[in-house]
Write a protein that binds this ligand. Structure first.
Ligand code: SF4
Length: 317
């Protein structure tokens, strides 16, 4: 059986989490000895799919036991704002890596960003606010200014930013770490090592204390298998069919640069739009017909939706 092994070491600056695919048993023995990269990938995919199918079964039982909890009470707990829809990295598992992204380039205008933050403020929003979605947020040179501005208004929300760290300068690091509640640096690597620039940054700040404590660095294999992003992950074209309910439409809102609201973070290319927060309020979209219809479907089982049925993300809230 294939499992994801995690190794953690702590420093005074943050936590380093190293993820890698690790196998045990006969299949693990095979996996560790096969030299052919193509065969390893095929075997890895098959193992991964098998694991996800078991998870689907477990998740169906789990969600049925809690039936009705979310359908009665959708509560916005996570908002993702994508201020620019690009990434500068080339991770094999990502549908929006810089070689795979098919979206038309778009950047959010300041008036729309301020409208979103002001509405969340009026709602006394106390959930997670992510300054990214399917993108690298530091490609937007305004992001530190905007995060600081939002932090001055949203006192109850948990402000989070994930970055691949490639553009993370010392000055931006200090500004973000001083006003965010969660800063995560995903250090994507071919060799499972810290990138020199990130290692230098961590060394410089090893004795500093910021608001975002701990600052997390994930060292991630660029070629690893992750969730299939509802069939759009470039290195996992094998499409399964899953049945368990999904809670994301009951708790999450993903906002694109033009204000479109996508069905969830796994709709990486924004194929399904549930409304637009430029023309409507966040509350109007959240309680609108399209969101309600999606919840009716995914609350009963993802197999009823043409995109969700291929999605192997099982997320608990
Ligand atoms: S099943 Fe997957 S694609 Fe569908 S709403 Fe849930 S996370 Fe998104």
């Amino acid at each position: 059986m294939m499992v994801g092994a995690t190794m953690m070491t702590s420093t005074r600056c943050g936590t380093f989490i190293i993820n890698q695919i690790h196998c045990t048993g006969v299949t693990g023995w095979l996996y560790s000895r096969i030299k052919s990269e193509t065969f390893r990938k095929g075997l890895g995919m098959w193992l991964y799919m098998r694991e996800r199918r078991l998870f689907d079964l477990f998740w169906s039982l789990h969600e049925r036991m809690r039936a009705g909890t979310y359908s009665q009470n959708p509560v916005l707990r996570a908002v993702e704002i994508e201020t620019i829809n690009r990434c500068n990295n080339d991770c094999e598992f990502c549908p929006v890596n810089r070689h795979a992204d098919t979206r038309a380039y778009a950047k959010m205008d300041q008036a729309l960003f301020e409208k979103i933050i002001n509405e969340l403020d009026q709602m006394s929003y106390a959930g997670r606010l992510h300054f990214y979605s399917n993108n690298e947020p530091l490609l937007d040179v305004r992001i530190a200014d905007w995060v600081e501005w939002a932090a001055g208004r949203l006192k109850k929300a948990r402000l989070c930013l994930y970055t691949n760290g490639l553009l993370l300068t010392d000055a931006v690091f200090k500004r973000l770490a001083s006003c965010l509640d969660e800063l995560v640096i995903d250090n994507y690597s071919d060799t499972m090592e810290l990138l020199p620039s990130i290692a230098a940054l961590l060394k410089t700040h090893q004795n500093d204390h910021f608001k975002a404590t701990p600052i997390t660095v994930n060292i991630i294999d660029k070629h690893m298998l992750r969730t299939n992003r509802s069939g759009s992950a470039p290195n996992r074209t094998m499409a399964g069919k899953f049945h368990s309910p999904c809670v994301l439409p009951f708790v999450q809102m993903v906002i694109r640069p033009n204000g479109d609201v996508s069905m969830c973070c796994n709709d990486a290319l924004g194929k399904y739009t549930l409304g637009n927060v430029r023309n409507e309020s966040i509350q109007q979209v959240w309680h609108g017909d399209k969101y309600s219809q999606l919840r009716r479907i995914t609350g009963k089982g993802r197999g009823r939706h043409e995109m969700c049925r291929h999605c192997d993300a099982f997320i608990a809230w």
